[in-house]
Ligand binder design. Structure first.
Ligand code: HEC
Length: 377
């Protein structure tokens, strides 16, 4: 509802027409159709001494979204920080240090953003916007070089979500509260307060698509484990910001945004369809090595995969047959072979964050076995 509100209010504001009756306290009107009826919207300015009979404030959506997201972050990431926050192939941070980095991103991101947009630089968007983007790229680069890839993605999203929620609490609700209090007391109203709230609301609407993408990014391991994952992350954010702009401002009035958005989409397609790592040279003819014995393959799987991929996993917190895959019997192992090749050999996204320390030669053994047709001999 928060994200929907944010975009709908922005859309309404940018599509208001002058009041045909020319009333002074009406900033604009528009008509919408939905559910078989017209909605006649009038944007009324606040007038001292006049209050509407009922007034809905939009703060609960932001608050419950942030709180539930933070709770999930603690439950899933911080309670299993060894599995989800830390990746030894990226940095040597301990679980506690990785959590500290994550929390510092949430607080630090807001602090930097708010500092910048309170300073006098805010009057010069041509400077403030590139500085904001530069800071964002720097932070996402650092995150992907300190935390496990999925933790880096989710924390970058949580950082943007925190900025959005804090905007609501600090810059959007309180100034409008002051305006309504002034109207109630019949005092003069400071309309610059509303303009300030509107600026922060506009920032929020630009962040909605990037945050949605980052929230669901963990479902796409191929994205966050790609070699230039920080670049992919940045391009997705640029793409989301561009789409928001084109949706509400229109492509004809923003040719450069349209070009930049299309370019980031093309770059994303290119980067995310690149094959992972170096492909082994094709083996051919009689020199092709014989398939490894199944008993060797099974030893690797029991040690590195079946601790999770079982009807009775022995890793705490893992539910039975993650991803719908069990590797308890030879037939189950064989059936999973094609997806094993993708996840454990090509993408290397299994085991997650290499929790069970599979070696390169073991991955190679799996690859050779699968390429030879996954025989159960
Ligand atoms: C720490 C627990 C754990 C270990 C160890 C583990 N997996 Fe997984 N696996 C998961 C979870 C959780 C999922 C579901 C989420 C996902 O797809 O990322 C999954 C999903 C999968 C899938 C199905 C998803 C798809 O893309 O088709 C395959 C195949 C797979 N794992 C292969 C392996 C192989 C091969 C190994 C060993 C080299 C392994 N896994 C080790 C937890 C584990």
């Amino acid at each position: 509802m928060w994200i929907g509100d944010s975009l709908l209010f922005m859309w309404i504001d940018s599509h208001l027409r002058p009041d045909p009756e020319g009333r002074k306290d009406v900033a604009g009107v528009t008509w919408l159709i939905h559910g078989g009826g017209y909605y006649h919207l009038e944007k009324r300015l606040l007038v001292p001494g006049r209050l509407p009979p009922s007034l809905r404030w939009f703060w609960l959506e932001a608050t419950t979204t942030w709180l539930s997201g933070f709770l999930l972050l603690v439950l899933i990431y911080y309670m299993s920080a060894d599995a989800f926050m830390v990746d030894r192939s990226v940095s040597s941070l301990s679980a506690g240090q990785a959590i500290a980095v994550g929390l510092a991103m949430l607080a630090g991101g807001w602090f930097l953003y708010d500092f910048l947009w309170r300073s006098s630089v805010r009057h010069r968007p041509a400077l403030a916007i590139p500085i904001s983007l530069g800071l964002f790229v720097g932070i996402s680069y650092a995150a992907t070089h300190l935390l496990s890839a999925r933790a880096a993605f989710i924390h970058t999203g949580a950082m943007l979500g925190t900025i959005m929620a804090a905007n609501v609490w600090v810059h959007i609700i309180p100034p409008q509260w002051k305006m309504v209090q002034a109207a109630r007391a019949g005092k003069e109203i400071d309309y610059t307060l509303g303009a300030h709230a509107k600026t922060r609301s506009t920032h929020n609407s630009y962040l909605t698509f990037p945050v949605i993408f980052l929230m669901i990014s963990i479902h796409f391991p191929a994205l966050f484990t790609a070699p230039h994952n920080w670049l992919i992350l940045t391009l997705f954010v640029a793409f989301g910001v561009g789409v928001r702009h084109l949706m509400l401002v229109g492509p004809t009035r923003s040719t450069w945004t349209a070009i930049a958005t299309a370019a980031s989409a093309v770059a994303l397609v290119y980067l995310t369809t690149q094959p992972f790592g170096s492909q082994p040279p094709p083996v051919s003819g009689p020199a092709a090595p014989a398939a490894p014995a199944f008993v060797e393959v099974r030893t690797v799987i029991v040690r590195r995969c079946a601790v999770c991929h079982s009807a009775n996993p022995t890793v705490p917190g893992v539910s039975a047959m993650p991803g719908g895959i069990a590797m308890d019997t030879p037939a189950q192992i064989r059936a999973a072979a094609p997806r094993m090749k993708v996840r454990a050999v090509e993408q290397k996204t299994m085991p997650p964050a290499n929790t069970t320390h599979i070696t390169e030669s073991e991955r190679d053994l799996l690859a050779r076995w699968i390429d030879a047709g996954a025989p159960l001999r």
